[in-house]
Design a protein around this ligand. Structure first.
Ligand SMILES: [Fe+2]
Length: 170
């Protein structure tokens, strides 16, 4: 999978989970697990982009064109702050819903902007490098998915994740 396909697949998974969350209003247990999966997915996505994807695009660009990536990084920082706050709450807490709605709104905006501007820009400047970069990004996703590297960060046990995520995407 090349780098752009991989990021689009990330976005698709996140959007699907946002919709599932909307539709599971009455199932507290499902909401809790889904919330953790969303946080994991977003944090992994942000790390892969910041460590590998953005630097590769920046390297291929002159400085003046890198403004979009600064916005994207700022979006990630905002999302990470919200995720830290949300991780300390249960989806049943009153404070959860407004923050979660904000996270969804911010991330929908972030993903749409990436798809409209950052990914087409990357496709133009990285062309021949997209496959190799995609391989590195996939390898990093696998590393981040290893039990010890992520466990505890959000208070989720691997056993809980394995039940919910037989494909091992987390
Ligand atoms: Fe992103």
């Amino acid at each position: 999978m090349n780098a752009i396909e991989l990021l689009k697949a990330d976005h698709h998974r996140v959007r699907t989970m946002f919709r599932e969350m909307e539709q599971s209003e009455k199932d507290a247990e499902k909401r809790q697990l889904l919330a953790f999966r969303i946080f994991e997915e977003l944090l992994t996505h942000a790390r892969i982009e910041e460590k590998l994807f953005y630097p590769a695009v920046e390297k291929a660009l002159d400085n003046g064109s890198a403004e979009k990536l600064r916005t994207s990084r700022a979006d990630h920082a905002g999302a990470e702050r919200l995720i830290r706050e949300l991780s300390a709450l249960s989806p049943d807490d009153e404070a959860f819903a407004p923050r979660f709605v904000r996270l969804v709104r911010d991330m929908e905006h972030h993903m749409a902007e990436e798809e409209a501007e950052v990914l087409p820009l990357a496709a133009r400047v990285l062309r021949g490098e997209l496959e190799e970069l995609g391989c590195k990004m996939e390898a990093m996703r696998k590393d981040l998915g290893q039990p010890k590297s992520r466990r505890g960060e959000l208070g989720v046990t691997r056993a809980e994740q394995a039940d919910e995520d037989p494909d091992g995407l987390l």
